[in-house]
Each structure stands twice: as structure tokens, then as C-alpha cells.
Design a protein around this ligand. Structure first.
Ligand code: UDP
Length: 416
């Protein structure tokens, strides 16, 4: 194990104790007690990218926090060819309700890449957590010595029936399924649990920034601060509705002067991002700034400086960007979709919208009534502290891992 060696002694991991001012000493003690009960286990996470998107963001923080709490936790990434990620992105879209045509060739590419990865990766862990559809078939290729959990992060409210019929036997090979929301529950033999994702307040995306640091980041990307900023931060993905954001902004701009900044990145497992980015660039003008960069300090600075943050998704498994902006006290307008509806209590700690026109009206309202924006933002910060911090997520994982019997069955009822 690397830490403790002289070369790295100056690095410090975020610990559960660092959360004490946010969650209180009792919660810290309780979580550490649960961690001690699991300190002989080796937990493995498998997903399909180290970079870009909420799953990578979550695993970056969660794996370190679990290790710092004393539960050995690893992370492996599936190696895939471009045609594999093209198939799995289509699957991702279809799980969220898009069209799909299952062909022999698609299943061949999908299953072959998983087989090759299984050959290369020797798992000898006590718990294996497989994230999202890309590595789902891995389970077929192992003689299982541990519980395997499928953790699906996408909006499963309307999965494509033909695709789901194909995936269902693969899903049912697992010992448990974890979904983000109860409304994503499926008709499955496998027990299902529901766990909201969470944010890391100490990560560079979320840590406190001074006004000077915010100025510096915005200046670095030539983002002027002369007008109020309307901001959306998202992977370049059609479900995030970036064109709807531009249309809503253009409507709002007829009433209030403001600037739109759309910042996005392209995950390594998402081959569609470049085309979405290119189509958005055609809409850029002197008041519409479109940036494709991976800079979490910029995300942080924009969410802090924004007069309004949008997350106008049409489908959204959870939407970490919503919690991130709310944590910073931003006034957030979210699409009435998936996990956003669980984070925003409409009119209390943000606004929910179902159309471009509604989004435009809320932008205008928030830009004209800064007291309202401040009130919603303050409530937003409180709700993230109560419900969406990484320690809560880690504790739920500890509870779930601790609930497996020796035969890999989960104690308790089938539905959480
Ligand atoms: N993100 C980022 N840079 C970007 C766009 C997104 O760092 O340009 C981060 C964002 O801060 C969040 C994650 O990527 O932590 C996106 O997670 P979310 O759940 O919102 O959406 P997903 O991409 O998983 O659909």
C-alpha cells in the first residue's frame, strides 16, 4: 500500500473527520464504526471512464474517502474500442428512452469487449461494484467468490423495452442492483436498493474559492463579468438540452441583459460529445460563450459567480451539477426530470421547469429579483448539507455491503 511511504507523506486524504463541522461528531463516530466492521474487506469498483461525467467524479472522491476510513477500495476501468463506446452510448441513450435497434453486431461488440476485459482483469475482491451498462456483462466470465452489485446511474424511468429484455438476464446475474431513485425500479428477481449520489465539498469542483480566485479563472478563459452570468455546466449530451438552454437564454435576453456560458467536457466513453459541441458552436455570439474544457476550478468559479445556474436536462439519472451549484448557494433552474426533481423543491430551494418558455421566465425573474435568488440559494445550500454529502453516500454503501450474508443474499426485504 502506497500511503505511509516517505515520498508521499505530505499528501493528505480527505477524512471522515474533516466532515465533522458539516455533519456533526455523532455522524462521524457512527460512520467510522461502520467502516471498522468492514476493514477486512477489499471492495472493487468497475466503470468505463476515469474522466468525464458524474460516475468518474463520484468514484474519484468515494474511493479515496473509503480508503481513508480504512475500507480498501479499488477502481478499474474497462478498456474499450471506439465501436464499443459507440454501441454503449446508444445503449445509454436507449435506457433513457431513446430509439434502439439491437443487432447481432452490436451484441457481439458489446460482449466481446467485456470478455476481453474479463480475461485481463483478475478480481479477487470481497465485493465487486459494476457501474452502468458498459461493464455489465463482465459478471458472466468470473467464477464468483463475492457479492456482485450492479450500480446503474442512468435515468431508468422509461428504458427501451427490447434493450431492457436483452439486458435483464445480465442484470439478474447480480446479487443486488442499486439505482438512484425509487421510480427507476424494474421488475427484477434481483433485490433493488435506491441510493442518491452525493458531492465532495472538499474536491476542487466544490471547495471554497476567494473572489480573486474566481476572477482569475474567469479571466483565464476570457469570460467577462460585466453582465450577469447564466451558466450551464454539462457533458455535451442531448439529454442535457443545451440547445434548449440557448433558446431559453435568447428569450430571456429580450427582457434582461445577461451573458450565457455553456461549459462542457467530453467523456472518454462518450463518442457523441464532439458533434453536440460542434452544433453548439454554431450558436455562439458575443454574449453566448461555449467552452469545451476539463477544468474543475472553472466549474467551481462559474457556479459561484453565476447569477443563475441552469441544468435544463430532459432526462437525468441524478444530476451532480445541480447539487454542486446548490452547495455554492446558487439559484438553480432545473429541468423537471429524474434526480433533479429530488434535489429541487420548486420555489423553495430552486425552480423546476418543463419548457423553454418556463426556463426563460425563471431566468428573467431571478435576474430581476436578487433577494429571491439569494433566498433560494441559501435554502439550496442547507438541503445539500443535509442530504447530498459524500459521507451519507459512503455510509449507505457500508450498510449495503454489511447486509450481505455469506451466501451473497441481502438481509432484509427485497425492496429498500
Ligand atoms: N463536469 C466537469 N466539467 C464539465 C462538465 C461536467 O467537471 O465541463 C463535472 C460536473 O462538475 C459533475 C460531473 O462532471 O461533477 C457531471 O455529473 P452529472 O451527474 O451532472 O452528469 P453526467 O455527466 O454524469 O450525466
Amino acid at each position: 500500500m502506497a500511503f505511509g511511504s516517505p515520498d508521499v507523506r505530505d499528501f493528505k486524504l480527505t477524512s471522515v473527520e474533516d466532515y465533522e463541522p458539516l455533519i456533526g461528531p455523532e455522524a462521524v463516530d457512527r460512520i467510522l464504526r461502520k467502516a471498522r466492521a468492514l476493514d477486512d474487506l477489499h471492495v472493487l469498483n468497475v466503470n468505463s471512464t476515469y474522466y468525464g461525467g458524474g460516475v468518474a467524479e463520484l468514484l474519484t472522491s468515494l474511493t479515496l474517502l473509503m480508503n481513508s476510513a480504512g475500507v480498501q477500495t479499488g477502481w478499474r476501468v474497462l478498456q474499450g474500442r471506439p465501436d464499443f463506446f459507440s454501441v454503449t452510448k446508444k445503449m445509454h441513450n436507449a435506457l433513457q428512452g431513446g430509439d434502439f435497434n439491437m443487432t447481432e453486431l452490436k451484441s457481439q461488440i458489446y460482449e466481446e469487449v467485456n470478455f476481453e476485459n474479463a480475461v485481463r482483469n483478475h478480481f479477487d475482491h470481497d465485493v465487486v461494484i459494476v457501474h452502468d451498462p458498459q461493464p455489465l456483462p463482465l459478471i458472466r466470465h468470473y467464477r464468483r467468490k463475492a457479492p456482485w452489485i450492479w450500480r446503474c446511474h442512468v435515468d431508468l424511468s422509461q428504458p427501451h423495452p427490447e434493450l431492457w429484455a436483452y439486458m435483464r438476464p445480465l442484470v439478474e446475474a447480480y446479487d443486488a442492483v442499486v439505482l438512484s431513485l425509487p421510480e427507476y425500479a424494474q421488475d427484477l428477481e434481483t433485490p433493488q436498493r435506491f441510493i442518491f449520489p452525493a458531492i465532495d465539498p472538499f474536491a476542487s469542483t466544490n471547495k471554497p474559492l476567494s473572489e480573486a480566485e474566481i476572477d482569475e479563472r474567469l479571466a483565464h478563459y476570457q469570460i467577462p463579468s460585466d453582465l450577469p452570468l447564466v451558466v450551464q455546466v454539462s457533458r455535451f449530451d442531448r439529454w442535457k438540452d443545451p440547445h434548449g438552454v440557448i433558446d431559453a437564454y435568447k428569450l430571456a435576453r429580450t427582457q434582461v441583459d445577461c451573458r450565457l456560458v455553456l461549459v462542457g467536457n467530453v467523456a472518454t466513453d462518450d463518442p457523441e460529445g464532439q458533434a453536440v459541441f460542434a452544433s453548439l458552436c454554431e450558436c455562439a455570439d458575443e454574449r453566448i460563450i461555449i467552452l469545451s474544457v476539463q477544468d474543475s476550478a472553472l466549474v467551481n468559479a462559474l457556479q459561484r459567480r453565476a447569477a443563475v445556474v441552469l441544468q435544463k436536462s430532459l432526462r437525468e439519472g441524478f444530476g451532480l451539477t445541480v447539487a454542486e451549484a446548490m452547495w455554492k448557494g446558487a439559484a438553480v433552474i432545473g429541468g423537471r426530470a429524474g434526480g433533479i426533481r429530488h434535489q429541487i423543491d420548486d420555489g423553495v430551494n430552486g425552480f423546476l421547469v418543463s419548457s423553454i418558455e418556463e426556463a426563460a421566465d425563471r431566468i428573467v425573474q431571478l435576474l430581476q429579483d436578487r433577494d429571491l435568488a439569494a433566498r433560494l440559494g441559501a435554502a439550496a445550500k442547507g438541503s445539500v448539507r443535509e442530504r447530498f454529502l459524500m459521507t451519507r453516500l459512503m455510509e449507505q454503501w457500508f450498510d449495503l455491503i454489511g447486509a450481505f450474508e455469506t451466501d451473497f443474499k441481502l438481509k432484509g426485504a427485497v425492496q429498500a
